[in-house]
Design a protein around this ligand. Structure first.
Ligand code: SF4
Ligand code: SF4
Length: 146
């Protein structure tokens, strides 16, 4: 009898026990495209507001939208994140946890096939820096904090 459900994070983690390679090419594909949400916490909003030289209210009004009980960054009509500029993310060093964690999201780590499929939209997957399983689990947790 199983003590834990099949498909728990511990079970799923086994396939990347040897680590995974990823180095961001700053291609910006994950900052645009199909409609979606970039969830932000109040702490993140406060940090991004300060970095923008805006009050929290000003930043929230211009860059954030409420989605039920959560808050997401706005996006432009063309799918660009509101913070995406000519040279990339305008607040890269302050970007939300969800962005920091990508591509190490739970859905992408569900299986090797899921991870491989991310390559189609993220050229950084499968190249460069080798993240250990422990590092991946830490990043995964970061991305789930919002
Ligand atoms: S799609 Fe991947 S490589 Fe491109 S900016 Fe996003 S994380 Fe970096
Ligand atoms: S906050 Fe920055 S890194 Fe995140 S989606 Fe927007 S532009 Fe991209």
């Amino acid at each position: 009898m199983q003590n834990r459900p099949i498909g728990s994070r511990a079970e799923r983690a086994v396939w990347y026990a040897a680590g995974l390679r990823f180095t961001c090419t700053r291609c910006r594909q994950c900052c645009t495209g199909a409609p979606g949400y970039v969830w932000v916490t109040q702490d993140e909003i406060a940090r991004m507001a300060a970095a923008s030289g805006l009050s929290v209210q000003e930043f929230a009004d211009s860059c954030c939208r409420r989605v039920w009980l959560r808050v997401s960054l706005k996006e432009r009509d063309n799918g660009d994140c509101i913070l995406l500029g000519e040279a990339g993310c305008r607040l890269y060093s302050m970007r939300p946890s969800q962005c920091r964690a990508f591509p190490f999201w739970e859905a992408n780590l569900r299986s090797r096939q899921a991870w491989e499929s991310v390559k189609a939209r993220c050229p950084g997957v499968g190249r460069g820096h080798l993240y250990t399983r422990q590092e991946i689990e830490q990043i995964l947790a970061l991305g789930q904090s919002t």
